[in-house]
Structures are given as C-alpha cells and as structure tokens.
Design a protein around this ligand. Sequence first.
Ligand code: GLC
Length: 738
Amino acid sequence: MDRSRPSPSRVEIDDPRVTSLLGEMTLTEKIGQLHQINAGEAHLHDHLAWALREGRVGSVINEVEVDIVNEMQRMAVEESRLGVPLLIGRDVIHGFKTVMPIPLAQAASWDPPLVQDAARIAAREAAASGVNWTFSPMLDVSRDPRWGRIAESFGEDPTLAGALGAAMVRGYQGDSLANPVSLAACAKHFAGYGAVEGGRDYAATNVPENELRNVYLPPFQAAVEAGVATLMTSFSDIDGVPATANRWLLRTVLRDEWGSDAMVVSDWDSVRQLAIHGLAANDRESAYQAITAGVDMEMHGEAYVGHLEALIGQGVVALELIDQAVARILALKYSLHLFDRPYTDVGSFPPPGAADARAVAKRAALESAVLVKNASDVLPLNAQALDRLAVIGPLADAAHDQLGTWIFDGDPGMSITPLQALRELVGDHVDIAYEPALATSRDRDMQRIETAATLARQADAVVVCLGEEAILSGEAHCRADIDLPGAQTALVRGLAEEGRPVIGVIMAGRPLTLSGVVEHLDAVLIAWHGGAMAGPAIAELLFGHAAPSGKLPASFPRMVGQVPIYHSHKRTGKPPSPETIAHIDDIDPRAPQLSLGMTSFHLDAGYTPLFPFGYGLTYTTFTYHDLRLEQARVRLGEDVVAHVELENTGSREGVEVVQWYVRDLVGSVTRPVRELKAFERVHLAAGERRSITCRLTAQDLAFAGRDGRRRAEAGEFHLWVGGDSQAPVRADFWLEDD
Ligand code: GLC
C-alpha cells in the first residue's frame, strides 16, 4: 500500500453530475440531504422508512445489519423521486469487529504505518456491514487525563497527533474512496475539545486563538492535507462561541485558510444544543446559527428539517448556503461511488476477525505497550527459571474491559486475555496460579487480597493486572481522582509484602496517577486497553518473545492536582529548577515568606511528571552520539539538517523511537520550552550503530504569531534528540533573515 499519497481523486463540488442533480432537487429534497437519522435499536423504523421514500434523509447513523442497510439503500435509490443513495455512518474508532488498541494506545507506538494498517482493517470490516463513513480519527489534543475522551485521542502533542491522524485517514480512505473497502473518514471534534475545563466532558474550552492555532488546529490541518472527507464539530463552547456555530472556525479557517471542501457534520444533536448553551433561543435560531456558520449536515437532530425551509422562504438564510452544503454531500456520495454501487456485497469481503486482522491487532498491542519501570531488569521473565507464576488482579481475565471504550461492534469473544495468553505461552512448564482478588477494578472488598498474597508467597514471580474497566473511560466518563480505582493499590501493597518480584500491567484508558503504586512494583508495563490481542502481546512482552518499544503519548502526572502537565509547556517568567523549589515536608514553619523558591511549581508535587511524554524503556539500551548540524546558521526559509549516531549498547536487539525537539528561544509570541518536531522508529541489532538524519523545514519551525499567520522567525534555537522529551543531547542553531 502506498502510505505516502494522500487520499485521492475526489469528485469536486462543481462536478457536472453534482450540479445537474442539485438543479433537479426541490428545496425539501435539498434539506433532506442535510439530515441524518439514527436507526439504532429501531433499525428501519416508520419515520425513517417514510423519510427514505420521500427523499428527506441524506444519511443514516447506527445501522450495521448489512441486509437492513441494503434495504435502506434500496428504498432511497429505487423508491424516492431522485434515488440519491445514503451515507451510512458509524463510530468505527479503533476497529470494528476486530478491536484494535484504543487510539491513545496506538499513539504510544509512534508508528504511522501501523496506525494506517489498523484503520484499513477496520474499514474493511465495517464496509462489509454497509458502513461507508466512520466518525474517526479523533484529533483532539488532550493534556487532561481526567477527561474520559483522552482514550480516543492521540495524546498531548500536535505533531504526533497530526502524523497519526493523517495515517488513520489514509487507512480509512485508502487509495480511493471509490474502493468498496474504503470509508469516508471524519476528523473530529473540530476544535479544541480536549481543553474542556476541569477535564469535565462537554465543559467550556476557553482557548485563545493563538493557542488554538499553535496546538489544537494543526492535527486537523494535517488531516485536511491528507484528504479527510469530512469533519465533525465539537460539542464544546470555544471562547463563548460553540464550535457548531463558529463561523471563524468553519469558514475562515477551514474554507478560506485551508481551502478545504470537506463536508462538515455536527456532533450528535449539537445544533439544537446551541439553545441549551444559550447561544440561540430556540431550534429555529440554532438552525440559523449552524447553517450560516458552515455546518452542512445535522447529526440526529430536527433543527434543519424543522426550520430551514421557512428560514429560506423568509429570506433569512440564502438558498446558496443550502446548495453549497448539498453539493458537498452529493460530491462525497459520488466520490464513494454510491450512485454506481449503493449496495454491499458482503460475500466480496473476508470474514471479520480474519488472521491478517488479528495479526495487525497483535502488532498494534505489542508496539503500544510502554515499559516505564524495570528494576534490576526483572523483565523479561525467564520461563525456564520459573516453577510457578501468580497471575493476579481484576483485569487479568477481563475480555470485555481490555477492549476499551467505543467498541459498539467489537466482539469480546475475540479477546484473548493476559491469563489465557500466559497459560498458552508458558503454561506447559510453568504452573500458573490465578486469583482476581477484586471482582472489578472498582471493587473495594479486600477479603480476597490475603488469598492473592498467599499465591504470591508460593510463587517465583507475580504478574498483577490492574487499571480501569472500560466503562470508566470514554465519552462523559471523566474522573476527578485518577488513582487506580477500588482497592487495587491495597492489593499491590499486599502482594509486595510477600517479597517476590511483582510486575504490574496497567490496563486503562488514560494516564493514571501511579505514584503510590510504582514504588511497590518491580516492573510496570502500561498496556492501556490493548484490544482483542492484548493478552498475547502482554505475555510475549513479559517473557521476552518481543521487546517493548512504546513511548508515552501523554505525560503521567504525579498527582491529579498537577493537571494539565505536559512537555511543551510555556517557560513562564519564573521557570522552576531543582535549585529553586522546596518540598512541603522540608519546610521550616518559620520559613520567611519569600524563601520557598519563587518559581512555577507545587510544594507537594514539584514541577515534573511521574513519567514524561515520549518516555519508554525496552530490554536493551540506546545511546546518542555526535549530534551535529550541517549548518549552525541557516537562512530563514531554508532547511535545518541534523545528524546523530544512534547505538544499541545493550545485549538484545531493540526498537528506539528517536525524537527530535526544538525550542525557539525568542518569538513574537512566547514559545514552548520544547516542541516535538520529528520522530522515527529505528530497529538496531545488539551493538549496531546507525546515523540518523533529521531535516526541519521552515514549515516545521513555523508558528502562528499575534496576527494568526504562520511563519518561522529568525533567532536562536535549541535542538534536542533522544528517547523521550527530557533528552539532554542538544545542539544550537540560528535562523537568519537577510
Ligand atoms: C457522540 C460523540 C461523537 C460521535 C457521535 C456519534 O456524542 O461526541 O464523537 O461520533 O456522538 O456517535
């Protein structure tokens, strides 16, 4: 598969077929195209059947029974006056039947081709059900692990999110939307949703334009440049104007600045929610606000069909706006070849859960896991040296929970759990003793912790699978306390007291505050909600059949009170340092007011995360030598080229994610202390050494200034390279203007 080319040739909105069909439509039929109806449990309900025959619906959401989908298409195509086929939308977020790791986990792979392959498998399985539009990728930069939807995101960094989001778009849309396997992708939630106040879903996002342009918009621009067919507006209120009514976002940025003709769909009923926000007084005003702002299709709401005809008739809304929206929808339907091929031939697709699908799911789970602690190289475990392994914890055998959130069509029966996989991998010569100890991740009943401790005492090593149930993650599932829920911390302490090596496997949908747990564990593997094949991946990583290569896509705070905490923060006028901070336990009660370090930190937590962005260990070691710039002084607009020698200084092969960070020391607006600019996965054999090159263009070094315009500015820069965002290896360069 050509992974570099963006999604292809698409039918333009001024295509003669679009224009001709538009010209035949009545106003009612045009407004019908802007309307999406939910099927769901009711499937082909009476209202939907009526709307199909009347040509009053452009899309159906949440129908995945292929025979029913074909019947809906048949009614639209053969029983309505103009026979316009339907967009069939579904949340295919990280797999369809074969569930891949959650997007936050996939982000930990730092592997765009892998993410693209996983999306292609998801598209194939969904298309076999008649789905032709997925509401994915979710591109919300998120720096708040209290927010349940961080699970759906690619984490805290715009560069990583943009690269992986574009890869996911290419995976869904393939080389052509006309391919029966392809789905129209949907970059969501446009924009700034990840900044919800307090990590509470749907809360206001008070993000100033400069922060929007430099942090939250770039991943969406990357998706647009990759050819994403649609975007979805966010529920959230951006600086007082909800995204679904935000003309600046939907017209000035998306259409005028980015030149995109992608179709824009609201989020679920987010048009009518404008009245709940208090931006509109009623559905009529909500419809006016959304259509004039640039929302083409209303997802599951009645504002458009209830009020647009009157708004047009009264001259309040120009018919031209309706025609433009309908043209984008028709162009997409032509691009998907729906007029030529409205029906799905399920027999032309491989069955869901095929071997290649499971292989991609396993590879994704292997590459997503992040080893954040490995004291005394306790991992990998040596099966030959073990008589008994205790497998403990509420997530050791939780087939449903390891799939994570947003798995409408996932099949838990396809899951292989860590317990099953460990038995399969080493069970023929290692005695596996299993005790969940807690019924669920939230269980506070500590009665069986003693039983678990006894098993630990009788074993040579302990694997404890901890984390969150899937339902504690995802939309509207936010947590103010992000410690391990229930009595899991007590369980870890109970196991640690038995003096055996205890390996913690954390299966969750967010970064958790693990400070009180990590100290009691000899090794910690962040396995996230790793999908159907999480079990085999975890087992093979623990026993060294594969080596961890994941790197954190989001910082892990020491305490929730540090949130938001992320690598690319601003320097402030009083940056902290180890010398300028005090710890709450060391403070003299009579310490003078100004003596505790007048810099930006917390007395009880300092200023660094427990584990930083980009961090991850493996079973070997890498060192970086001889970082050098081809030129230390570069003319503004020319490329900056750097080289570094990477060496595998350990005894095993391994993969390193080489990360390049930049700091622009002085700008027309303040700039972050570090920004990820490039990365690549590099495999080296033990002892192997390779030269790695990084080429930074002016575009890479550009940022939005006070005027909103992106450009690189002359001045001094620091460039770091390494295996995480605290990498110390640095070289400096200057950009010079004439
Ligand atoms: C939800 C989500 C959105 C999803 C849509 C359809 O509320 O915000 O991400 O695609 O509704 O399910």
